[in-house]
Design a binder for this molecule. Sequence first.
Ligand code: BV8
Ligand code: ZN
Length: 257
Amino acid sequence: MSAAELDEALDRAAELLCRARRVVAFTGAGMSAESGIPTFRDPGGLWEQFRPEELATPEAFERNPDRVWAWYQQRRRVIEAAQPNAGHRALAAMEELFEEFTVVTQNIDRLHQRAGSRTVLELHGTILSNHCHRCGRPYAEEPLPEQTAPICPACGGRVRPSVVWFGELLPEEVFARAEQAIERCDVLLSIGTSGEVYPAAGLVWRAKACGAAVVEVNPNWTELSSLADVHLHGSAAQVLPELLKRVERCRRAVERG
Ligand code: BV8
Ligand code: ZN
């Protein structure tokens, strides 16, 4: 996408947002790429070194809890050292411009909350909490071991990160709230997601079916690109601050009348 095409697309996206009252930002791993957190399916991404089934499933954990635990500890260290990027901050600032602004994220890094977003629905849980895989009791002992999954003091089961693995159900209440926000939104921003993981990606299809305008922010084409009314081919940290500026400008012009 040339600079002129991106400029024109940004104006179209800003126009849609300027008129919107309710917005959902649906985000994936690309949202945190510029915070130094590897995505899953990009070159050099997490799934290039490991197959998801080997690590991000309950079976993998039951088979070899320490191996799965150690992999998450390694990712937790990267995430704890990461900072929200300009894209996270732009989304946090956008909340002020709308009656309703909901972040529905597939990410587990909590960078949206650290950037100041107040309504964040975490579809796939968070790596920053842990609980017992057998009895579900939250586990908050510090410091966490690096190589071995801790033992639950209540039942002797193994402790795991509080993320949703493949083959596991998404948190029901969170998903229901996400569906409600999706069904009523005027604009859905799909940011930094390949749209390959369900039922999360199904929310974008649902938004479209309910009449939302879809704006995709992604340097690449994805499974969701066919749904987008506007494509912003660029990175989250570059595109979102520019989009925010244009929406603010449009709103000021509308207020001046
Ligand atoms: C479920 C947490 C019901 C863990 C994640 C067979 C058996 C069982 C289930 C299935 C099956 N076949 C299919 C399924 C369903 C399965 C699924 O969808 N599989 C896929 C792979 C086909 N889903 C599930 O299992 C879900 N549960 O279905 O329960 C059920 C229950 C029992 C039995 C049957 C069904 C649970 C899915 C949740 C898995 N957990 N994460 C962890 O993180 O370790 S998923 C993981 O992928 C992350 O959450 C991640 O966010 C998510 C989606 O990926 P993306 O975020 O899109 O990241 P990706 O790397 O793919 O793409 C990055 C994008 O960013 C790219 O487009 C790139 O171009 C772009 N980008 C790069 N840089 C930038 C950028 N964009 C902007 N700016 C940049 N700078
Ligand atoms: Zn337990």
